[in-house]
Ligand binder design. Structure first.
Ligand code: IVH
Length: 669
């Protein structure tokens, strides 16, 4: 390659890698596999080494990635959090071993420790005198987000150590992970809430750690494995032994590690886990090989980015090739269109795959996928199969690229795509059958109105013309239900009783049940607390909406859009007429300690959820408001309070109290 070509290729790769870094670390929405990313990075590293004249201090090769979310307080790492050199190639592991033997001399005897490479988000935990002092994400390796409040909700992380023998001050590093079962449950709930599911457990974990609400973290049940102790006075020279004793102090350390006397034993470990990893209840993306002796680790030292005493071997995501038979387009309850590939059935990572989501028009275009193509399918430990490319050498001559759908497959309405959104959707929300049925199913769901009816009943009610929107449910008669197949007196009255019961459901759930785009159960609760009645919410303008914590532009616009719609207005007025709850219930007052006082709660708390604190305030006669003004009496601050909020608190000179101060206030007579 000549200099000119190299210069071009270097800038193309830099641009691409910067974008993929952003997709991965900021949006948690990677577009390419780790393998593809690493290959591009390697190519760039090689070109930069070959053509040093194109050095750039901001090249993607100059950093370890950055997961910071600037809403969190920043904390500096005492020891930089380096990343590991990685390889997909067993030959390079032999090189690693040879390099070490050359530096240390041929007669040195040592062990390697083999560990699983957990696929989650790394954290650093600092302990002082056996107590967890703070938890920080990797960030850019030097400075990370202080996520202590969120980390404290993880039950497997000890807040107070057991036993004796731990250094007064030390750091423990590890990985926060999400087990498959918890990942599945969380995604099912997201779908139910009308939110995009996470692509894999790793993205779900990094998204979760950045949550501004620690009760969200707690509910998702992340787990943590701790694999690296740092201190000037560790009990043993052996990493393996240090982790064993750390388990006695209360840490969940790797369970499947092994001491290896030589590189051959390392290979045996790799071969075993390459197959066995499909049976683990969580994702791993490779194996980490570490020098066991701390003294030898120090002797070997580190290069700028990674230690010389450790390396990771990454498994290639399992990949198969299969034929794309056809593409269906599904219409969701909010009208979003999802293209789904029908595939010739194929075995992949232990299951038979017949269908895979193609996500959106953009992906189909980028990959240039055509009907009749043979496509690469990957699972890579991940749960949802993904089409990652086309085997062009197998492309049949008659394979035709297909036009992305222009009209809704269900109602024929012309599809729209907003500039800021990647998905097409059908705007005919009130007359498109799957949208109507989807909205009704969402409305009656357990977390919403909890009406006891299945998909089949909804379909029957819709097909018979009795229920064309959610409000119609409340005007059904027993006679109508009895005309449906399979319904008798008893089952018909059960359905009516269940509908009647739903009128007692609190406002926040009614609001969620309405199925406003981007208003999931958590946002609905926040809105209900902030606005108290549906009428105040309906009349709220954009600025009032976004001044509520957790409500951004996208949600605010969607709410305004929803209430502007005549059909939605009509539905709400009929639901009111039916007697549903459209305002929050005033809390039972247990005391008057806070009478006349106004509180603003912000941040993440160690002992109570925000809702619990709000309840305590209301039960004692106080008032919660969402934004700070000169009328605020107390600002109850947890961790990670946003800087703009804090600025207002200072501006209005408002008294700031901690969770403990609050409890004291409450218990004073
Ligand atoms: S040791 C200096 N051990 O892999 C060595 N890392 O790039 C510190 N990881 O960011 C890391 N499992 O998030 C180590 N058993 C394990 C690991 C592990 C997963 C992650 C970690 C790190 C990345 C390496």
């Amino acid at each position: 390659m000549d200099k000119n070509q190299a210069s071009k290729q270097i800038s193309t790769l830099r641009e691409e890698l910067h974008r993929h870094n952003y997709q991965y670390y900021v949006l948690s929405q990677p577009e390419i596999s780790d393998y593809e990313f690493d290959m591009k990075l390697k190519e760039l590293q090689q070109l930069e080494a070959q053509f040093p004249e194109f050095f750039d201090e901001n090249s993607p090769t100059m950093r370890v990635g950055d997961d910071r979310n600037l809403k969190f307080e920043q904390a500096e790492h005492k020891y930089p959090m380096l990343s590991l050199g990685n390889t997909y190639n067993l030959g390079e592991l032999t090189d690693f071993d040879n390099r070490i033997r050359k530096i240390l001399g041929p007669e040195r005897v040592f062990n390697y420790v083999c560990e699983l490479k957990y696929d989650g988000a790394s954290v650093s935990l600092v302990y002082h005198c056996g107590k967890l002092l703070r938890a920080v994400t990797r960030g850019d390796g030097t400075v990370g987000d202080n996520v202590t409040g969120n980390i404290k909700t993880i039950k497997s992380i000890p807040l107070q150590l057991f036993g004796t023998g731990f250094p007064d001050v030390f750091e423990m590093r590890g990985e926060v992970i999400l087990k498959h079962q918890d990942f599945k449950r969380m995604n099912a709930e997201r779908l139910e809430d009308g939110e995009q599911p996470f692509a894999n457990p790793r993205n779900a974990v990094s998204g979760t750690l950045k949550s501004q609400n620690s009760s969200v973290v707690a509910a998702r049940k992340p787990d943590a494995v701790l694999y690296f102790l740092l201190s000037e006075n560790l009990p043993f020279d052996s990493h393996f032994e240090n982790l064993q004793i750390a388990r006695k102090w209360g840490f969940k350390t790797p369970e499947n590690s092994k001491l290896a006397k030589n590189i051959k034993e390392v290979f045996e470990y790799i071969n075993y886990w390459d197959k066995e990893r499909n049976n683990l209840p969580f994702d791993i993306d490779g194996i980490v090989i570490k020098m066991d002796s701390k003294q030898l680790q120090d002797e070997l030292g580190a290069t700028g980015k990674s230690p010389r005493w450790a390396i990771s071997y990454k498994f290639k995501a399992e990949q198969v090739v299969t034929e794309l038979l056809s593409v269906d387009f599904q219409v969701g309850r909010t009208g979003v269109i999802t293209p789904v590939a029908n595939l010739a059935p194929v075995q992949l990572a232990g299951t038979t795959v017949k269908r895979a989501s193609l996500h959106n028009a953009e992906i189909i275009k980028t990959l240039d996928i055509r009907i009749g193509d043979f496509v690469f399918l990957e699972k890579g430990g991940e749960i949802i199969p993904k089409i990652t490319g086309v085997e062009l050498s197998k492309r049949p001559k008659n394979a035709h690229s297909f036009e992305y759908l222009k009209k809704c497959p269900e109602c024929g309405t012309v599809l729209v795509r907003n500039e800021t959104e990647i998905q097409h959707y059908c705007p005919n929300s009130h007359n498109c059958p799957p949208q109507i049925k989807g909205k009704i199913e969402h409305f009656i769901a357990r977390k919403a109105m909890n009406i006891n009816a299945g998909e089949a009943t909804i379909k029957a009610l819709f097909d018979a013309g009795f229920v064309k929107n959610i409000a119609d449910l409340y005007f059904l008669s027993q006679q109508q239900i009895l005309t449906l197949e399979g319904f008798k007196q008893k089952s018909a009255s059960n359905l009516l009783v269940s509908i009647e019961e739903s009128k007692k459901v609190p406002f926040e759930r009614v609001l969620f049940a309405l199925g406003i785009r981007f208003v999931g159960s958590t946002v609905a609760k926040t809105l209900a607390t902030a606005f108290e009645t549906i009428d105040t919410l309906i009349s709220a303008d954009f600025v009032q909406l976004i001044s509520v914590e957790e409500v951004g532009d996208k949600i605010a616009e969607s709410i305004i859009e929803h209430f502007k719609n005549e059909e939605n207005k009509e539905i709400i007025s009929r639901l009111k007429q039916a007697g549903l709850r459209f305002s929050i219930e005033k809390k039972e007052i247990k005391g008057n300690k806070f009478e006349g006082l106004t509180f603003v709660i912000s941040g993440v708390f160690a002992q109570h959820s925000r809702d619990e604190l709000k309840n305590l305030i209301e039960e004692n006669g106080g008032k919660n408001v969402s934004s700070v003004s000169k009328n605020t009496n107390y600002f109850l601050a947890g961790e990670n309070v946003g800087p703009s909020k804090m600025a207002k608190v200072t501006e209005f000179n408002i008294k700031v109290i901690s969770e403990n101060d609050f409890i004291k206030l409450l218990s004073q007579s």
